[in-house]
Structures are given as structure tokens and as C-alpha cells.
Ligand binder design. Structure first.
Ligand code: ZN
Ligand code: ZN
Length: 409
């Protein structure tokens, strides 16, 4: 990609995404294949007054080799130095920028038990960091640039180079870096997302009902005091940041025990380097009581069985079928993009910022308010062109929210 475009994109991530502050530490999680981009980001971050930039490199081949060949016991312990790295930087109010660019099938030959175990110990070890992240007490942003293996999964029928070029093109468009001034384009976009969340908040729905021809027939109760969010986030100190670039969703939390019916996936889910495809999940009083998958059943099972909270939902997000990412008609095999092309739900933990008066409450108190807790939070897509959503108000009026896949309020 041209240097000019890389710079334009990096400017957006540093200034609008994490909104770096003077004298703030920046932590970048980045694949080595994307090193050139990390250097551009680092330079801009220093120009903007960052105190220091730390890079946490990863390499997917080495990750794969580790899962295949490392001694079994390493998957039950999270390295102390890594824990210190995250907690220490979180304590110093660092900003965290992650470049998400994984090969969707990286770990398909790996024993899924190893992945699940390591997932568990790592989320437990850095729980404090996650808590801060999920309550927006630190600034964070996830964005992507292409890697060859990922691009080839998205565009399998062209050369490596062409595949990367096509994925670059798609990403640049979805993050609005093709516009003259991406920052102005984002301000406009954030305003629109705000409008949707505002009208949903003013409606105070007590329940949402979802139907489509795939077979989804789901009702989701919303807890008292729930808040719809979308677009920019804000820290308690008033720093505005964008946690996902791109983002097209407005979201809130379901009442933990208020989900009933069945939901069918509408896109494959890339979870921990494995794909789960054509799956359905059945809920009773919030709990997952049954699930099926044509591909990746065991991966879905290991996700659902992560802990008690991963048997419940933590997020319901609405995205118009006509969103620009959806219109691109590209299946990205990367949740950051696919979730922004489709209505989605998250298995696992809810964002406490999605409910009033959550500040200072512990997990048990939050649970009573209907806020699910888990060590995991994984979005999966179920939106379709024919999805209908009806909202039920406290005086039992039915209001159409989505008709034929799109917002109508
Ligand atoms: Zn979401
Ligand atoms: Zn989510």
C-alpha cells in the first residue's frame, strides 16, 4: 500500500481511534508481518506527544508451532511477565491498539483443548486489564490491515499479491480512509450512529423479537436501565475514542435470564483460528440449552463451555443490512468486519457501561441487574436481508425496528 494511504490510516487510528494524549504510553499488539504499519503508527504517536510506544509482536507461524509442539503444561499457565506487562501499562493509563489480522484457519489442526485451556488462564490472568477495558476505563482500539494468509482466505482465486491488494482496497473503504478527510467522514458517521442509539434509548423497549427465514425466532428481554451505545466511547476522564474501526453497530446488553428461542448464524465465525459455520443456538431463560453446527461443532462447544457465563449472552447489536461493509458483499472471516455487516449477539460477558448505575458494582450485584459475567466475549453474526425486529414497549405496544434487514426507526 502507498505510504500516503498508510499514513492517512495511521493518523485516523492514533488521533480518532485511541485518541492518544500527551505523555501517554501506547501499547501496540501487532503481527510481525504488519511491522511497516506499526512503524508508521509509532512515528505518528510520538509526533502527537506519546511518552513511549511498546510493541507486543506476534507471528502466526510461531503461534501455530507453539500450539502444535509446546509442552502440554504451558497451556495451563499464563506467563507472569506478560501479566505484568498488561496490568502495569493499564495501571499507567496506557492506550492499547491492536492490529487484528489472523489467518481464520490458523489453528485448525491444533487440539482445541489446548486453545480453550490457554484462553481460560489468559483471561483470568489479565482480568483486571479486561475489566478496565470493558468499562472504558482505558482507551483501546482494534483495527486491521491485510496479511497474505488472511487475504488468500478472503480472495482464494487470485495471486497472493492481488489478494492482499483487494483486501487493502476493501479495508480502506470500510474505514473511510478513501475519503478526502477521514476524520470529517468519521464525525458524520458517528453522528448517524448516535441518532440510532438515541431513538432506541428513548423507546425504552422491554423486549426485542427477531424473525427471519433462516429460522431465527428469538425474543430478548432488555434489563431495566439498559443503554444503547454506538460509535464513539468515552472514558470517565472524558477522553473520546473509537474501540472498533470500522464500526457500524449500536448495541446494548440482553437481560441475562431473558433470552428465549432459537437463533441461526448468517456468517461463519472465526474463533481462535478455527471456523464455525452454519450453526444454531437455542436459549431458555437466557441459558444456551442446545446448539448445532455443520462445521466446527467442537469449537463452538468449547466456546460455550468456557465457563458458566459463556452459556449466556452479553450483547445484542443492530447493524443495517445496507451498511457499507455488508454492501461490499465480502465475507472477511474476521469478526471486526463481519460483525459490522450484520446484526450480532455475543456469547459471554456484557459491557457494564450498557446499563445505568453499574459503576462500582461487583459481579454479583451486576448479575442481579441482569448483567452477564464471563471470561469470554465472542460476537457471532445472525443478521440477514429479511430480518424483522419488533420492539415491545413497557405498555405492550409493538414497534417495528427493522424491516427487511434495515432500521426503520
Ligand atoms: Zn458488537
Ligand atoms: Zn461484542
Amino acid at each position: 500500500m502507498e505510504q500516503k494511504v498508510l499514513e492517512k490510516y495511521a493518523q485516523l487510528l492514533v488521533k480518532k481511534g485511541i485518541n492518544i494524549q500527551k505523555n501517554q504510553i501506547l501499547v501496540i499488539n501487532c503481527p510481525v508481518e504488519c511491522a511497516e504499519f506499526a512503524r508508521v503508527i509509532t512515528k505518528i504517536a510520538y509526533d502527537e506527544g506519546a511518552k513511549e510506544v511498546f510493541i507486543n509482536w506476534s507471528d502466526e507461524i510461531i503461534t501455530q508451532l507453539r500450539y502444535l509442539h509446546a509442552t502440554d503444561e504451558v497451556f495451563d499457565e499464563y506467563p507472569e511477565w506478560m501479566k505484568v506487562f498488561y496490568l502495569n501499562n493499564a495501571e499507567k493509563d496506557a492506550a492499547f491498539l491492536s492490529i487484528s489480522a489472523t489467518n481464520p484457519e490458523l489453528l485448525k489442526d491444533v487440539d482445541s483443548n489446548r486453545i480453550t485451556r490457554y484462553q481460560k488462564v489468559s483471561s483470568k490472568a489479565i482480568e483486571e486489564y479486561r475489566n478496565k477495558q470493558m468499562s472504558n476505563k482505558l482507551t483501546w482500539c482494534i483495527a486491521s490491515i491485510p496479511t497474505t494468509s488472511w487475504a488468500k482466505k478472503v480472495f482464494p482465486n487470485v495471486s497472493d499479491e492481488k489478494a492482499k491488494e483487494k483486501l487493502w482496497d476493501a479495508i480502506i473503504k470500510t474505514v473511510r480512509v478513501d475519503q478526502d478527510d477521514p476524520k470529517i467522514a468519521w464525525d458524520e458517521h458517528l453522528k448517524n450512529l448516535n441518532k440510532s442509539s438515541k431513538s432506541l434509548n428513548e423507546s425504552h423497549f422491554k423486549m426485542l423479537k427477531f424473525h427471519n427465514k433462516l429460522g431465527t425466532d428469538l425474543s430478548i428481554e432488555l434489563p431495566e436501565g439498559h443503554i444503547w451505545l454506538g460509535g464513539a466511547e468515552i472514558t470517565p476522564n472524558g477522553i473520546v475514542f473509537i474501540a472498533n474501526i470500522p464500526t457500524e453497530e449500536v448495541f446494548t446488553l440482553p437481560k441475562k435470564t431473558g433470552v428465549n428461542g432459537i437463533v441461526y448464524s448468517s456468517k461463519p465465525l472465526n474463533y481462535n483460528g478455527n471456523l464455525i459455520e452454519d450453526f444454531s443456538i437455542t436459549f431458555k431463560e437466557g441459558k444456551i440449552v442446545d446448539f448445532k453446527a455443520k462445521t466446527g461443532y467442537e469449537t463452538l462447544q468449547s466456546l460455550i463451555e468456557t465457563d458458566e457465563g459463556s452459556h449466556y449472552l452479553g450483547e445484542v447489536a443492530l447493524v443495517s443490512y445496507d451498511s457499507p461493509i455488508s454492501k461490499s458483499n465480502i465475507l472477511f472471516f474476521n469478526t471486526l468486519f463481519d460483525e459490522n455487516a450484520s446484526c450480532h449477539l455475543a456469547i459471554g460477558r456484557a459491557y457494564p457501561v450498557c446499563i445505568k448505575n453499574s459503576e462500582g458494582k461487583d459481579a454479583e450485584e451486576l448479575n442481579k441487574m441482569g448483567v452477564n459475567n464471563s471470561s469470554t466475549h465472542v460476537d457471532f453474526m445472525f443478521g440477514t436481508k429479511d430480518l424483522q425486529i419488533i420492539g415491545i414497549t413497557h405498555d405492550n405496544k409493538e414497534v417495528a425496528i427493522f424491516k427487511d434487514g434495515n432500521f426503520i426507526i
